[in-house]
Design a protein around this ligand. Structure first.
Ligand SMILES: Nc1ncnc2c1ncn2[C@@H]1O[C@H](COP(=O)(O)OP(=O)(O)OP(=O)(O)O)[C@@H](O)[C@H]1O
Ligand SMILES: [Mg+2]
Length: 245
């Protein structure tokens, strides 16, 4: 876990309206580490995740994935390594059936049909959606859509998982199953979330963002245990951490 796998240097970003959303983000995420992105609404967490897989292009600064600059010429290779799950699952499910959505990525990699089928089956099983292959995404509950969106990422077997609010909409048992699954996967995980209990359980380190800047970073329990810091950024220490003291 000593080699950086995602590195950003002085990343700035603005959407079309020109308002700065990310300002001078420099960070390094280690291979197979598990890192939580926390911060108030609008802090820039989702925007930064999208810069990691080249969906958004920084206005200035650089992003590297496994040493590779995230630029147009490298996007295919970057996206093979980096699986991104959108905050809104509707952005990720666009085919008539879930099978087609989950098979879409592996088919694009040019994998043999048998390999695609086995990956799709595995991904459905991992998220508890076996038997859902023929369902239409629009006919699912919010939590089922979230699980399906995660399956579309897992079927690519990425080295790096970027998960944006993965536990939103999940019932207790599905949330627990997802956390346990993510703990077991031997990949790099970057998780943006307001579910700080999940972050506490899953992440070794956290980075706290506010107004497009990094305001704190460190070992998870240390940052999440700093109530003054969290309150200053519209967050609250997880209850279980307070009970531990
Ligand atoms: N497509 C867009 N066009 C213009 N501004 C945008 C767009 N998407 C996001 N923003 C703005 O960028 C800023 C950062 O948004 P972002 O979604 O990255 O925040 P976030 O930290 O993920 O918030 P949340 O906790 O609510 O998910 C916000 O001020 C938001 O209004
Ligand atoms: Mg977000």
């Amino acid at each position: 876990m000593h080699r950086p796998i995602i590195e950003t240097s002085d990343v700035c970003f603005a959407y079309h309206d020109g308002k700065p959303v990310l300002t001078g983000i420099s960070l390094s995420i280690l291979h197979e580490d598990s890192v939580g992105f926390i911060g108030p609404n609008g802090a820039g967490k989702s925007t930064l995740l999208m810069c990691f897989n080249g969906l958004l292009k920084p206005t200035s600064g650089t992003v590297r994935v496994d040493g590779l600059p995230v630029v147009e010429a490298n996007l295919k290779e970057v996206r093979r390594k980096v699986g991104w799950m959108a905050q809104d699952s509707n952005d990720q499910l666009f085919m008539p059936t879930l099978f087609e959505d989950v098979a879409f990525g592996p088919l694009n990699l040019g994998l043999a049909r048998e390999e695609v089928l086995s990956r799709v089956e595995d991904a459905f099983r991992q998220v508890g959606l076996s038997g859902f292959a023929d369902r239409a995404p629009s006919h699912l509950s919010g939590g089922e859509r979230k699980a399906a969106a995660i399956a579309t990422v897992l079927s690519m077997r990425p080295e790096i998982l970027l998960l944006d609010e993965p536990t939103n909409d999940l019932d207790h048992a599905s949330r627990r199953a997802l956390i346990d699954l993510l703990k077991r996967l031997p990949v790099t995980r970057v998780v943006a979330s307001h579910d700080l209990e999940m972050i506490l359980e899953l992440c070794r380190r956290v980075i706290l963002f506010d107004q497009g800047r990094i305001v704190a970073e460190g070992p998870t329990a240390e940052v999440l245990g700093n109530e003054t810091l969290l309150r200053a950024h519209r967050l609250e220490s997880p209850l279980s951490l307070a009970l531990r003291r």
